[in-house]
Ligand binder design. Sequence first.
Ligand SMILES: NC(=O)c1ccc[n+]([C@@H]2O[C@H](COP(=O)([O-])OP(=O)(O)OC[C@H]3O[C@@H](n4cnc5c(N)ncnc54)[C@H](O)[C@@H]3O)[C@@H](O)[C@H]2O)c1
Length: 382
Amino acid sequence: MKGSDIKKIAVIGAGAMGNGIAQVGILAGYTVAMRDIEQRFVDKGVDTIKASLAKFVNKGKITQEQSEMALSRLIPIVDLEAAVKDADLIIEAAPEDLDLKKKIFAELDSLVPEEAILASNTSTMSITKIASAAKRQERVIGMHFFNPSVLMKLVEVIYGNNSSDEAVQATFEVAQKMGKIPVIVKKDSPGFIYNRVNAPTGLLLQKILEKGSPSFEQFDAVFKPFMPMAPFELLDYVGLDIVMHTQKYFSETLSKDYTPVKALVDLVNSGVLGMKTGKGLYDWSAGRPQIDTSNPTTEYDPVDMVALQVNEATKLLEEGVVEGPADIDLAMANGGGGVGPFALAKGIGYDNLVKKCNALADKFGLEVFRPTKTMQEGNIQV
Ligand SMILES: NC(=O)c1ccc[n+]([C@@H]2O[C@H](COP(=O)([O-])OP(=O)(O)OC[C@H]3O[C@@H](n4cnc5c(N)ncnc54)[C@H](O)[C@@H]3O)[C@@H](O)[C@H]2O)c1
């Protein structure tokens, strides 16, 4: 199956990611069946798409006619077999639960056409493990959109251990047709690219939270003036429960260093989850928190964060997860960062970054912060 052979897409799950992916699909000219387990979930997904399209029309991004044409290509549906039996590409966006995903993939494997590609939008799970539920594992891949999927450009197209080049290439072309920036992840590895490169900075935030000094607000005060969202504010925005689960996953797959700290676990256990509960590290009850920027810490600076990201990015190179450094920069720049880590490293200098990583590794006793051989050689061309 080539990218140009793909005409009909089925999206499994009409939640936050599913309805966004369906919208992107219909806008790109695909017929999209959006399937959820109950009619009310499907209806909610359709309402979200309609509201989002209306915003696009109001902002002049698309015309009313284009919006109507796109909606005419949407098939909201509960019947799984009818949704997928003539689909060329199926994108699963059901909850992040391995057993559920395996059950869905086993079912899909028996319902879809011989040539159809089965993609999972999982943020963390092994594509190979998900694919193990299917008989034809060569057609199972990862297609990882970012939230909000109607706006974010990056799509990671991920090889499982048994995925075919053909399935990956065809999906890559679909993502391009959707107006996205796809990046191929050659090796099924925890966190793929974007979440993996950000893993150690998430860990640093946890450790600062645990120490209690500087305060999270003093830390955010350093970043707030030049970032749309400061680091701890972003944790609240994502959800402290999601952050904790991701850290736990990294502690099981990458290093014990990632074990969630007690301060984070306690917050989650007491139902303090961030923006969605109105209270996280900050108070969100009246909208976005007012962050006091008058007393920034001098103990840390943005280069600490960059150093950890660049170092983690070099691990992806050493492990062969990507084709080369340019792919990492492309992914990070389009996943939310604006500029890739290696482009930033060029300006800062590898000697400085290596010193930062060693200082942070010593300070917290964390070997995951220790600079890699590639980092120490500092000879990365982008
Ligand atoms: N939310 C994010 O920021 C984000 C970003 C990237 C990837 N992801 C991944 O995308 C996936 C979906 O996340 P979400 O945030 O959209 O979750 P969500 O809870 O908003 O939506 C999941 C939907 O799947 C439905 N569902 C459950 N079982 C189903 C089944 N058997 N068939 C069809 N639908 C079923 C649920 O009813 C729900 O509507 C997860 O794997 C998540 O890790 C999420």
